[in-house]
Design a protein around this ligand. Structure first.
Ligand SMILES: Cc1ncc(COP(=O)(O)O)c(C=O)c1O
Length: 394
């Protein structure tokens, strides 16, 4: 049989995509579970709650009704209306449903926006640390990620004054993410305003990943849309509505840019899944009680986890108040976060994400997700305390 030389047939840019280390941790943890080890999962960035019954029923009803065909490439109009209504109710912003393109998740939304915006060598300013996949989207499309190293004392905030220093004639996009992964931090209105002013003055659009919108535990929430129109907002149903596997997201963009993104969407994806879109309408328009309950539960877990992590000598210098993550400084114990996370998994059976997954700005940090039951979090914290109790500071 002919053996394939993958190096000859696969593109260099595909070969160059780095692994997502959190998946490596998860796969190792699953292999250990298959051998009978009991593992506590604090690595996954996925709600542990089921999707609410009324959302599931809406999808089921849609299938039974025969809503199983291609839809408009921008998505069902009632869903786009529900999306703009949700922004109106939360932030008082008037948007048109024609500014919305519904996608099969936030990830395709990011890809479509970067496809529409980037030429080769265009620079995308982003914070470091950042969501692991951002630089890969940019590099795959020939762009160049430009990292602004941020600081944990102020919640890894992307400050306008710092961003100014990285602007160049090649700057094409400023990428922001609030509430953030991996830090769980919420951007201040001052920083959002400052970045919006840069966008308006320099004509550099802001791509704003708002996938964790709604998951905040204190203070006020804002969207970049309150401060500038020169923005491409990407959001979705994965996190707030516990719908990761449904694959539903959307882009809100300036009306002038819709047609181009729509054409790319038509060509490469056609449309988002029809009955999942109907479930999305039910998520936005139905009872929000399950969301309120989830937020209360996350908040209780967040407070507990923070107290325990600080108690075992890991540093969290600013309280994270959004998403469901804590990014803690473990450099007291190791500067190699991948090795440290492997050692924690092997020794005490707790899966955590190495900071290096999120850029070298988070090397020596570990990300802990509180999307697990309080019982499991307690058990995980006890095991971690035992691990760090025995480990030399170095
Ligand atoms: C910051 C951020 N953006 C985007 C995504 C992808 O979300 P989706 O499931 O909608 O593709 C994630 C998933 O973890 C994320 O953390």
């Amino acid at each position: 049989m002919l053996s394939i030389n993958s190096e000859c047939i696969l593109s260099k840019k595909s070969e160059d995509i780095p692994p997502f280390y959190v998946m490596e941790v998860l796969e190792n943890a699953q292999a250990m579970e298959a051998e009978g080890r009991h593992i506590i999962h604090l690595e996954v960035g996925e709600p542990d709650f089921p999707t609410a019954p009324h959302i599931c029923e809406a999808a089921y009803d849609a299938i039974v009704r025969g809503s199983t065909k291609y839809t408009h490439s921008q998505g069902f109009l009632p869903l786009r209306e529900a999306i703009v209504n949700s922004y109106y109710h939360k932030f008082g912003i008037d948007l048109s449903p024609n500014q919305v393109i519904v996608t099969s998740g936030t990830s395709p939304g990011l890809l479509l926006v970067f496809m529409a915006l980037l030429e080769k060598w265009d620079e995308v300013i982003m914070s470091n640390p950042h969501y692991a996949c951002y630089p890969n989207f940019v590099k795959y499309l020939g762009g160049v990620p430009v990292y602004v190293y941020t600081n944990d004392t102020n919640g890894f905030a992307l400050e306008p004054e710092k961003v100014e220093q990285y602007l160049s004639p090649n700057t094409k996009v400023i990428l922001i993410n609030s509430p953030s992964n991996p830090g769980g931090y919420v951007m201040s209105p001052e920083n959002l305003k400052g970045l919006a002013a840069i966008a308006d003055e320099r004509g550099v659009p802001i791509v704003s990943d708002e996938i964790y919108q709604g998951l905040i535990y204190s203070g006020e929430e804002h969207t970049i849309l309150e401060y500038t129109n020169n923005t491409f907002v990407i959001n979705g149903f994965s996190k707030l509505y516990a719908m990761t596997g449904w694959r539903l997201g959307y882009i809100i963009c300036p009306s002038e840019c819709v047609r181009v993104i729509q054409k790319i969407h038509q060509n490469f994806f056609i449309c988002a899944n029809s009955f999942v879109q109907e479930a999305g309408i039910s998520a936005l328009q139905g009872s929000q009680e399950h969301v309120t309950d989830m937020i209360q539960t996350y908040n209780m877990r967040r407070q507990y986890m923070l107290k325990r992590l600080l108690g075992m000598g890991l540093d969290v210098r600013k309280e994270p108040t959004g998403a469901f993550y804590v990014l803690a400084d473990a450099r007291k114990y190791s500067h190699d976060s991948l090795e440290l996370s492997r050692s924690i998994l092997n020794n005490v059976g707790v899966a955590v994400t190495p900071g290096i997954d999120f850029g070298n700005g988070a090397e020596g940090y570990l990300r802990f997700s509180y999307s697990n039951s309080i019982e499991n979090i307690k058990e995980g914290m006890d095991r971690l305390e035992a691990f760090f109790g025995k480990k030399d500071e170095g």
